[in-house]
Design a protein around this ligand. Sequence first.
Ligand code: ATP
Length: 258
Amino acid sequence: MIWLRETDSTNEEIKRRAGEDAPDGLWVVADRQTRGRGRRGRSWESANEGNLYMSLLLRPVFPKESASMVTLVMALSVASVIREMTGLDAKIKWPNDIVIGGKKVVGILTELAFDEQGSYYLVCGVGINVNQRSFPVEITETATSLLTEYISITTEKAEGTETARIDRKQLAECLRERFKADYASFCKVGNMSELKASYEALLANKDAYVRVLDPKGEYEGIALGINNDGELLVQKAEGCVEAVYAGEVSVRGIYGYV
Ligand code: ATP
């Protein structure tokens, strides 16, 4: 795990190093990013140095068609580690975000690229709002941090909250270990079957109404869970069940983000 003061984007940093034969399992962590990215060209606010901006290089042997499931594996690992370390009720918003109390605390961006030999590799980027206490106006309503949520549930909050910090290094190391174990379970079978039950137990929208923002047409239904390929199963009013593939689609709650 390499720690940097600053980089443009830890995903880009991994891609540069992948071109120089960096090994499977390399993590790059930065104190801040100057061009943090979300899905489909959106940006990830990355100026605050109390957070984690980290990316992992994977050189998988499974077919590249299975790559989108790595986002789900990472989401499960991140949510589990947050719950264990802080006791906070972190939930997964399928496919790539972690939320607490309906607000986003983690974003995950998995990208697929090819090396010079033509083999594919994956870059799995994770942005965790750890110690940040205030956010830019565009995201104040939708973003939160572990520390903010932790302080809001801590009863003896009168003393020490101004200087309280969550240990980023410990969190990063716990995540590395947890992902290693979850990824091994995934690789053993090449799908989500072994992790499905744990994933669904943390799924924020499970059994709730959702709106599927599909470029081919939006629709609403009840999110039942995921299938072994990591697609979200949504039951429409007519009764039929759609398997939603993460690619171009976003999912929202009926009344808000979750
Ligand atoms: P989708 O459901 O399609 O993933 P999304 O809005 O969650 O949609 P992402 O690409 O996952 O999109 O994340 C980028 C978005 O997250 C930005 O457009 C912004 O709204 C929000 N965002 C950016 N930086 C942060 C941050 N540090 N913490 C929380 N939210 C952020």
